[in-house]
Design a protein around this ligand. Structure first.
Ligand code: PLP
Length: 393
């Protein structure tokens, strides 16, 4: 008789709260309860659609026979479009670009190419849980730095600096941030660059939501602010261009050639080893970046209204406070009571059918994340249900 298969130690700490919570939500839905899904960062689950010209471009790619492997870094016309956009954002000294299966694979390849076991990377708290999962897998250490809720969730530079040690290899910035919707200001970005310069760190800037900005928020790509530091900028089609299922992302590596070249080659080794990203979908990159951006304007106008409803209604609830998001499509309200946030979220699902994600899943307990994607009526109803649920706390 074969004995039990033992999973690797690496898998022990891997959690992904956003999907884990769905298990309970599905069970609750199966009882016939009306559900309000405020947990999924996928615009296509709501009233947002993929621009038709992008679908046409992919179909054309398939019909023209581009169904084999592509070059490992991606197809030329897409690489040219990504470079053009990055340069228009002011990113200097671009050394290389690789197109990947979603931003997720770019993150995985680029972190794998820097970390040895025992090394650490600074990541935002709250932040996107994939970073923790990958760093754990690499037997590195994820060290969280604080985003200040009282300061619009901006990175706390003193905290960041205090956490840097001789094993620190890089700083991750998520801008606009998931789960807070905050957008980083120029001053703060300059201070992060100063730290990277002083301690010889790579800055990993995840800008996957950079076109989804509210009011007059300005997004500055941190790599545009210096030419002497190594930057890796992550972006992709998933969120700005409403195709998360196509799995198209990329990494832009920039900085002086002398300091970046070995790292760039290391990233390319992994990029080659996994062959390529989805070939036909890459044909949508240039039309997306260079073509009409109307769907973004429409999305922002919907999201601003939805954000205003949520922020106003949540702040009116006794025991909840919510910083106004400036971008992406999330809000990260605080539960101003002594609660276990996971139990609070589970109770909310079971009693009201409102599905959110607990803050501890993003590294900051005592909060929950909602998405601003559902229609206004659903959001109003969900906020009313949260108000009712809070009465017992
Ligand atoms: C901050 C952040 N980075 C990366 C990703 C992954 O994006 P992709 O679908 O391109 O893999 C997400 C997805 O939710 C995200 O929120």
């Amino acid at each position: 008789m074969p004995s039990k298969i033992i999973p690797s130690r690496r898998t022990e700490n891997v959690t992904y709260a956003v999907r884990d919570i769905v298990v309970l939500a599905k069970k609750t839905a199966a009882t016939g309860k009306e559900m309000m899904w405020l947990n999924i960062g996928d615009p296509l689950k709501y009233d947002f659609a993929t621009p038709q010209h992008m679908i046409d471009a992919v179909n054309k790619g398939m019909n023209n026979g581009f169904n084999g492997y592509s070059d490992s870094s991606g197809i030329d016309e897409a690489l040219v479009a990504i470079r053009k956009r990055a340069e228009s954002q002011g990113i200097k000294n671009i050394q290389d670009i690789v197109i990947t299966n979603g931003g997720s694979e770019a993150i995985e390849i680029c972190l794998t190419s820097i970390l040895n076991p025992g090394d650490n990377i600074l990541t935002p708290l709250p932040g996107y849980p994939l970073y923790e999962a990958i760093i754990n897998k690499l037997e590195g250490e994820e060290i969280g730095y604080v985003l200040d809720e009282e300061n619009d969730w901006q990175p706390n530079i003193a905290d960041m600096e205090a956490k840097i040690n001789d094993k620190t290899k890089g700083i991750v910035l998520i801008n606009p941030n998931n789960p807070t919707g905050s957008v980083c200001g120029r001053e703060t970005l300059m201070q992060i660059i100063e730290l990277a310069r002083k301690h010889n760190l790579v800055i990993y800037s995840d800008e996957i939501y950079d076109k989804l900005l509210f009011d007059d928020a300005e997004h500055i790509s941190i790599a545009s602010l210096a030419d002497d530091v190594c930057f890796v900028t992550f972006n992709g089609l998933s969120k700005n261009y409403m195709v998360p299922g196509w799995r198209i992302g990329w990494a832009i590596m920039s900085g002086p050639k002398e300091i970046t070249q070995d790292y760039v080659e290391a990233v390319n080794k992994f990029t080659r080893a996994r062959l390529c990203s989805n070939h036909p979908m890459q044909f949508a990159i240039a039309p997306a970046l260079d073509g009409p951006q109307d769907h973004i304007k429409e999305a922002i106008s919907k999201l601003e209204k939805r954000r205003d409803i949520c922020v106003e209604k949540l702040n009116a609830i006794d025991g909840i406070s919510c910083v106004k998001p400036k971008g992406a499509f999330y809000a990260f309200p605080k539960i101003e009571r002594e609660v276990d946030d996971k139990k609070w979220v589970e109770g909310l699902i079971e009693e009201t059918g409102v599905v959110t994600v607990h803050g501890s899943g993003f590294g900051v307990p005592g909060h929950f994340r909602i998405v601003l994607l559902p229609d206004e009526e659903t959001l109003e109803k969900a906020c009313n249900a949260i108000a009712e649920y809070m009465k017992k706390y």
